[in-house]
Structures are given as C-alpha cells and as structure tokens.
Design a protein around this ligand. Structure first.
Ligand SMILES: Cc1cc2nc3c(=O)[nH]c(=O)nc-3n(C[C@H](O)[C@H](O)[C@H](O)COP(=O)(O)OP(=O)(O)OC[C@H]3O[C@@H](n4cnc5c(N)ncnc54)[C@H](O)[C@@H]3O)c2cc1C
Length: 466
C-alpha cells in the first residue's frame, strides 16, 4: 500500500542539518515531514561529535587521575573499563536523541523512518515497511556523509575498524594503528593513547591536520610523542595482513617499504557525501559524485524549490555548519533572503590539548598576500590556566596591519573550545581589538586571555611581554 502525502517541507535526513531544519520550519508554521533511513540525530549524535567527546572526557579523566598526585590527589588501583565508558557514551547520546524526538513531536513534525528517493523534481518515494509518495512545496536534502574506505587488501578483517564501529568496541586493545591523521584520526589516536594504548598514526600527506595552522599541528606532535603516539607522515598504506593475533599494516615511506603491527587498525581517511539511493539522477539537481550537491549561498540547488545542507554539500563537514545552513535554507523557504558566510566558522579538534580556530590561519593569510600582524598570548599569563595545569597553551591572533580587522584566531590548550567563541563573535560582527579591550571578562577565568590578546595587539599587554 502506498500513502500519498502533500506537505509544505520535506526534509531528507535527521542529522544536525535535517532535525534543526525540521524544528525551525515547524516552529515557523510549516507542515513538515522529516525522513531518515536509520536514526534521529544523524552521524553527529549517533557516531560522531557527541559519542567521541564522551570518550574524550573519560580518557582525559583517566590521565588526570594518573597524574593527580601533582595536585595532591593520591589514588591507587585506577583502571580503564571500556565497557563502562561505552555504556556512559550510549547513555549520553540516548538522552540527547530522546530530547530531539520529544521536540519533533511537540512541534508536530511527522517523522517517517525509511529510505527517501526522488521520483522527479517534485516527488519523493519513501520506502520502509510502508510505502509513501510525498509531494512537497519545498525539499531540503540533508543526507549527510559516510566513512570512506581505502581500496586495499585486508580492509575487511574483523579488527579493522571505522570510527562508527570503534565507538562501540568494548575491548581495550594493547596497540592500535590509525590510518589517517585528519581530525577524526587524531582525536581517536589521543583517546586511545590517553587510555594507555600504544598508538601509531600513518598519514599519506606530509603533515598531520592539514586544515589547521602549521604551528599548532607541529606543537601537537610534541604532545603526541609524550603519550607514545608515533606518527608516520608521507606514507602510503598498501595493504593489511593478518600476522597471528595482530594486523600488519604495510606502507611505503620515502620509497621504502615499512610495516607496523598492532591489535587493531582504525581507518580514518575521510567522509564522502551520501547521495547513493537518493535518486538524484531522476532530478535536474546538479551534483558531483565526489564533491556532493552543488548549492548557492542560500543553500539552494539549481532546482528552485530544492535545498541541500550539511555534509552532503561537502562545504565544511561540521555539525554546527549543517545546523546553521538549515536555518538559512528554512529562512529562504519562508521568503527571507539570508545567506551563509563561511568567514568565521569555528572548528575544534578535541585532542589533548584541544585545538580551536576561527577565520584565517597564517598560511592562508600568506596565500592571500595579506599584510598581517600576529600576537601570541601564553596561557602561563593566566591564573585559571595554571590552576587547570594548562600553562603550556597559547592563543594566537592575526589581524590586518592596515585596517586592524581581526583575521583569525587559534587556540592551543585547555578550554580552547570555549575560548574560541569570543573570537567568533568578534570576527562575525566586525569587532576589533578595541571592542574586546572595552569588554570586561570575569576573574579568574581563561577568558581573561582574550582581553589580554586585545591589549597585546595594541602593545598594552599587562600580564605578558608583547
Ligand atoms: C567520529 C566523528 C566525529 C565528529 N566530531 C565532530 C565534532 O566534534 N564537531 C563537529 O562539528 N562535527 C563533528 N563530526 C562531523 C559531524 O558529525 C557532521 O558534520 C554532521 O553530522 C553532519 O550533519 P548532517 O545533518 O549533514 O548529516 P548526518 O549527521 O550525516 O545525517 C544525515 C542523515 O541522513 C540520513 N540519510 C541519508 N540518506 C538518506 C536517504 N536517502 N533517505 C533517508 N535518510 C537518509 C542518514 O541516515 C543520517 O541520519 C564528526 C563526525 C564523525 C564521524
């Protein structure tokens, strides 16, 4: 039996792009259908941002306990119970997902579980236990992304994990090889190393974390070494072999064959836009198999009433970008001509220490030929940072020499994920160092470092030599 439905807005995918679009559009009075083939919350809540950060918390706490005697906390017999860590992670994500389900229900969003596939530009078939044919005035595609796999021999062995599978692994290995030193690979490398696992990372490119400021990436390598993480860059993985109980990853580095053996392997070589099964070929929507669905700044595709948001557009694979694009898309459906700007998108890497950045890095400023100046504020200038044992961190701020416009900020160290918000607000709203200087920050907090950076840009720093 096929149910025919007409609706104002059909949203395909219930990740942080799709569910935000659904709640926002419903609150604005639209009749909304939200369809997902697998789960509410998408990659972010089920196998991405939230689960990994729950693991980061457990892993970092373990390290704090191990070194607690530095601050007068003595303890014996501390152990890692990965089963419990996974249970805690599941509790957190389930609670969040229940909350979203409650809100979708409250705002009368009709949620359908099933695979959505276009029949033509106007109509979408949803296949599940029942069949639905939906005709919608506007359609938002928020189908996200999924893990890329290397086309190599051995990738299907049981102990070769992708990030989703690893998030449900309850058996702590003694050793792990991570293939890929991007954000996901490096976050897992630190989680497992903090839990006491010997970790190796193999990266094809000449450097780790290619999207962040080089200085911060190099600094992170020092911390990785302290935790026993060995990193092999410019290394091309060839195959994975089974060697008694272990897996041997073979790779070529500097034209020489090398190999590393470990209990498990994590494949973290990126994510690709989810377009398979969407039936895009039956529409006029412009897309590319590799780079995703093409949209303009209003998140509109080339087909007037069809929008695409989030990872499927492959613009920036971040949950908060997907959610913001959702609001822009819905605003346009409502007749407001808002657009997305990517100039001040914060990005956080939850390694230990944490790295956060917004705006331009130094390399980007150089590429653009900008005449910029840099101020670096050491965390050691701040009382709260010392209390948190984070004095080795720093903030780096870039601004245009002539216009004094803030160009970018990078933070290396504890609380980076929160500190970056001040610079994001400043850059988004064209505030300058003077505006930050005029703002009073509470004491003792690490936010005082933001104030100090503004003073430093004006050569007025109080707590460090500028
Ligand atoms: C391990 C990991 C850690 C991450 N950590 C962070 C982080 O700390 N911060 C951050 O900002 N980002 C992080 N990300 C990225 C973040 O998860 C994504 O950017 C975000 O989830 C994208 O949201 P989305 O709504 O576009 O898609 P998704 O969250 O991928 O959701 C898409 C949904 O669409 C559904 N779907 C797909 N095709 C169809 C179809 N044809 N019919 C019906 N349903 C369909 C899928 O089932 C899925 O539920 C992480 C990702 C991973 C994997």
């Amino acid at each position: 039996m096929c149910e025919n439905i007409k609706t104002d807005v059909l949203i395909i995918g219930a990740g942080p792009g799709g569910y935000v679009a659904a709640i926002y559009a419903a609150k604005k009075g639209k009749d909304v259908i939200l369809v997902d083939k697998r789960w509410i919350g998408g990659a972010c809540l089920n196998e991405g941002c939230i689960p990994t950060k729950a693991l980061v918390k457990s892993a970092e706490l373990y390290q704090e306990i191990l070194h607690g005697e530095n601050i007068g906390i003595m303890s014996d017999n501390h152990q890692v119970n990965l089963e419990k860590i996974i249970e805690n992670k599941n509790k957190i994500k389930d609670k969040l997902i229940d909350g979203i389900k409650f809100l979708l229900d409250k705002y009368k969003v009709r949620v359908i579980e099933g695979l959505a596939s276009f029949i033509d530009n106007k109509t979408v078939r949803i296949s599940s236990e029942n069949e639905y044919q939906v005709e919608a005035t506007d359609i938002i595609i928020a189908s996200g992304s999924s893990t890329k796999h290397l086309p190599i021999k051995g990738k299907d062995f049981d102990n070769v994990f992708d990030s989703e599978k690893l998030l449900n692994n309850e058996k702590l290995p003694k050793s792990m090889t991570v293939i890929g030193a991007g954000i996901i690979g490096m976050e897992f490398a630190f989680i497992y190393a903090n839990l006491g696992v010997k970790v190796n990372v193999i990266e094809f490119l000449p450097r780790i974390l290619p999207t962040i400021d080089k200085e911060l990436a190099l600094r992170l390598i020092r911390y990785a070494k302290q935790l026993g993480i060995d990193i092999y860059t410019s290394s091309a993985v060839q195959k994975i072999e089974k060697e008694s109980d272990q897996l041997k990853v073979e790779f070529i580095r500097k034209e020489k064959e090398e190999s590393l053996s470990s209990d498990i392997v994590l494949e973290a070589v990126g994510r690709k836009p989810n377009m398979q099964g969407l039936g895009l070929e039956k529409t006029d929507i412009e897309y590319d198999e590799k780079t995703g669905i093409v949209v303009n700044k209003s998140m509109k595709t080339n087909v007037d009433h069809i929008y695409a948001i989030g990872d499927v557009t492959n613009i920036m694979q971040l949950a908060h970008v997907a959610s913001h694009q959702a609001i822009v898309a819905v605003d346009n459906i409502l007749g407001e001509s808002t657009t997305m700007s990517y100039d001040a998108i914060p990005s956080v890497i939850f390694t230990s220490p944490t790295i956060a950045n917004v705006g331009l890095s130094e390399e980007m400023c150089k590429e653009k030929g900008l005449d910029y100046e840099v101020i670096k504020v050491p965390f050691s200038a701040n009382g709260k940072a010392l209390i948190l044992e984070a004095e080795a961190g720093f903030i780096k701020v870039l601004r245009d020499k002539e216009t004094k416009k803030l160009l970018g900020a990078m933070i290396f160290g504890k609380e980076a994920e929160n500190l970056i918000a001040s610079y994001t607000i400043a850059i988004t709203n064209n505030l300058n160092a003077h505006d930050l200087k005029e703002t009073v920050f509470a004491h003792p907090t690490m936010q005082e470092l933001v104030h100090e950076s503004a003073l430093g840009l004006e050569k007025e720093a109080i707590h460090f030599i500028d």
